[in-house]
Design a protein around this ligand. Structure first.
Ligand code: MC0
Length: 140
């Protein structure tokens, strides 16, 4: 079952400056930063709150590290802003994806890939989700 908004992904040109904006403007200070080579990003997860299932919600800031990465491509076309929404599942993310695929939505990966903080992730095609790139997340 999808139980929460795990994170909102926001594309940015300068990760450090954008983290500073979220820290100074909103007071979000709990930041986890990592590089995801496969996805072509350096990213920061800013924790917002704990949720009832013991997980949390995050703002995810994404800076491309390669010109051919999805985020670089998206930034070149749209500029900075909301890139995707991610729903968290309390079960197996592949089972969740299979159930959604059975409803006619394209799942972008054959098998889950590594996401932030050791999570297992997959994506749904934005053209099948009313224009929203949608990620499914299973916490480790
Ligand atoms: C592209 N489109 C989007 C979009 N990206 N629409 C809404 N939101 C987005 N983020 C639209 C384009 O405007 C275009 O529409 C159509 O989809 C095809 O886009 P494209 O520019 O030709 O790009 P493609 O087809 O090469 O790739 C799009 C696709 C790709 C969604 C398949 O971006 C992808 O594989 N994304 C999943 C991986 C990803 O985004 N990784 C970065 C976050 P028109 O109407 O112009 O044809 S990594 C992450 O988030 C990890 C670290 C984590 O959470 O742990």
């Amino acid at each position: 079952m999808l139980t929460r908004i795990d994170h909102i992904g926001i594309a940015c040109h300068d990760l450090d400056a954008t983290v500073a904006f979220y820290r100074d403007t909103y007071g979000f200070t709990d930041a986890h930063v990592e590089v995801n080579e496969e996805q072509g990003v350096r990213e920061a997860m800013l924790k917002i709150n704990e949720t009832g299932d013991g997980a949390a919600s995050y703002i995810q800031l994404l800076e491309p590290i390669r010109d051919d990465s999805p985020v670089a491509k998206w930034l070149a076309k749209n500029g900075e802003g909301v890139h995707h929404i991610a729903f968290g599942t309390d079960g197996d993310v592949q089972d969740e994806a299979d159930g959604i695929a059975a409803k006619g939505v394209r799942v972008l990966y054959d098998a889950p890939r590594r996401g932030s903080m050791g999570s297992r992730i997959t994506f749904l095609h934005p053209k099948d989700a009313h224009g929203v790139l949608t990620e499914l997340v299973q916490k480790p």
